[in-house]
Design a protein around this ligand. Sequence first.
Ligand code: ADP
Ligand code: F6P
Length: 325
Amino acid sequence: MESKVTKIGVLTSGGDAPGMNAAIRAVVRTGIYNGMEVFGIMRGYSGMIDNDIVPMHSRSVANIIQRGGTILKTARCKEFFEYEGRKKAYGNLKKLGINGLVIIGGDGSFRGAHKLSEEFDIPCIGLPGTIDKDIAGTDFTIGFDTAVNTAVEAIDKIRDTADAHDRLFIIEVMGRDAGYIALHSGIATGAENILIPERKTDIEELVNGLLEKERRRKLVNIIVVAEGDRGAEDVADIIKERIPSADTRVCVLGHIQRGGAPTCMDRLIASRMGYSAVESLIEGRHNVMIGIVNNKMHYTPLEKAVKAKQKISDDWLKIVKILAS
Ligand code: ADP
Ligand code: F6P
């Protein structure tokens, strides 16, 4: 028989994402509501290894739902890749009697959690917290909506100045190997071209399209490029060489996309997922990632959550082509 989860640890790991605080708050308050002791593990797996673990109370998470970043801090931790690091981390959890974990992070963090749960038999629940939305088993990840809205706001502003000067802007957005931020923000801002790693860019087609627009005296163009595709500077170099008359500028949005107050959507999914993480531990639904699919909670075994990526629908790619023509 599985033992009852009575003391849980919550941590944020990998790149931070707006809404992580809302998720921490939900885990802490749902845990306390159910009579559990809740601990905050600082700086992701680093704090687990360094024994930087603090008791959390209802008041510890007051006034944070609206804040970006993460009150628990986050980190990337090399030692956790090694068995010895994980053993040390588990030793610290054991000393405190922590017998359940909630890990808020991306697929890398889930890979670590999966190993820990297999090696030391501690139940782990993953919550998808990443602006990249590059995790299968969920329609949205915590932080994606905020990041996309930040990108949209920035691109709208860039279009104002692009329009005033008849310029071509190449705007690079984040997303690691995934093109979701580029795709969503590009469609929402009416970008003329969107370059994403999931679809091979035909440079000839891109240049010919721009030349055709130039012939039609359409001089304002916004090209949104995902960082996982080729870099914005690379694209600019090609365009400057092939179309010297185009007044071209580059803007890399960068880490601005990771900060700021989470949107209502991110606060909501983070709260639902955090609540569901604790419920899952109580119900014995262990070693799963909690997602939301078709507005319902969805549970994916951790080992599957780390392997699969979301797929970009062909329909979306068609929309980009038609609307930008
Ligand atoms: P994200 O969770 O945002 O994808 P990372 O890929 O940087 O971020 O992973 C965060 C942390 O998770 C790493 O620094 C490491 O501590 C842990 N981790 C990632 N992959 C593994 C792995 N294969 N084995 C053990 N730990 C891992
Ligand atoms: O995974 C989130 C993310 O912001 C990616 O979009 C980006 O490639 C990466 O993290 C940047 O990482 P760092 O925090 O190391 O600059």
